[in-house]
Design a binder for this molecule. Sequence first.
Ligand SMILES: Nc1ncnc2c1ncn2[C@@H]1O[C@H](COP(=O)(O)OP(=O)(O)OP(=O)(O)O)[C@@H](O)[C@H]1O
Ligand SMILES: [Mg+2]
Length: 244
Amino acid sequence: MTTTSSLALEATGVCVAYHGTPVLRDLNIKVRRGEIYALLGGNGAGKSTTLNTFLGFTRPQAGAVRVCGIDVASDVLAARAQLAYVPENVALYEHLDARENIEYFLRLAGTAWTDASIAAALRAVRLDESAWRRRLSGYSKGMRQKVAIALAVARAVPVLLLDEPTSGLDPQATTEFNTLLQSLRAEGAAVFMVTHDLLGAAEVADRIGFLDHGHIAHEYAAAGGERFDVRELYRRYAGAREAA
Ligand SMILES: Nc1ncnc2c1ncn2[C@@H]1O[C@H](COP(=O)(O)OP(=O)(O)OP(=O)(O)O)[C@@H](O)[C@H]1O
Ligand SMILES: [Mg+2]
C-alpha cells in the first residue's frame, strides 16, 4: 500500500456520455477504507460504466475520479495498482490450478510472492485445500471467485471492485462470500460492489447507493452497526424506479 488516503474511491461530478447520450450525470461517490459499498440500479443504469470509470477504461467528459487519492486521469497505472477488479464471470486460466493462476497473475503484476504467501491468500479466502492443485475447469463459480479474491489478497491491494459478485451463487456460497468480504473489511480494505441483490446488499454493505438517471438518487448508511430495514429499502427502491 503506497498511500495514506483514507478515501479509497472518490467520484466527483462525473459525467459520461456514449455517442452524445448521457449515462452518468454528476455522479458523486465516496468509499472509505474498511467500508463495503453496494451500488444498485436497473439494467443500463450505468453501474458497469461506473466501475469502468474507476478502472480508467472509460474517461469521464467532466468530473474527476480518484483511487486512494490518485487521480485516475493523471496516473491510471498507479490508480490501477491499488485496485482488484472481479468481473461477474471471473477470467482465469482454466487449464491452470489455483496456485498456478495466482502465480501467473502476480508475475504479470510484478508482485513478489512466495509459496507461503500464496498459500496464506488461499487460506484467507477459505478455498478448500484439496482444490488448490486442481485445474479451474472443474471449479464452481464460487470457487473461481475465491481464487480471484485470493489474487487481490496476495497483491495486498486496498480496494476491491466487484461486478455482481453473488449472482449465480447458492445461499451457502453467498454466506461464505459475505463472510469473506467482512474479513477483508476488518483488515481495512474498501469493497465497492455492483449488485441487483438488495437483500444481500442489506446484509453485508455499510452503505447502499441507488443509481438512477446517472447519479446516486438515494444513499443509505447502516448506522451504528445496525442493519438496514430491508422492507423500507425495497419500498423506496421500487418506488423510485416506478416514479422514474
Ligand atoms: N462502450 C459503450 N458504448 C456505447 N454505449 C455503452 C457502452 N457501455 C455502456 N453503454 C450504454 O450505457 C448505458 C449503461 O450501461 P452499463 O453497462 O453501465 O449499465 P449497467 O447498469 O451495468 O447495466 P446491467 O445491469 O445490465 O449490467 C447503457 O445504455 C449501455 O447501452
Ligand atoms: Mg453491468
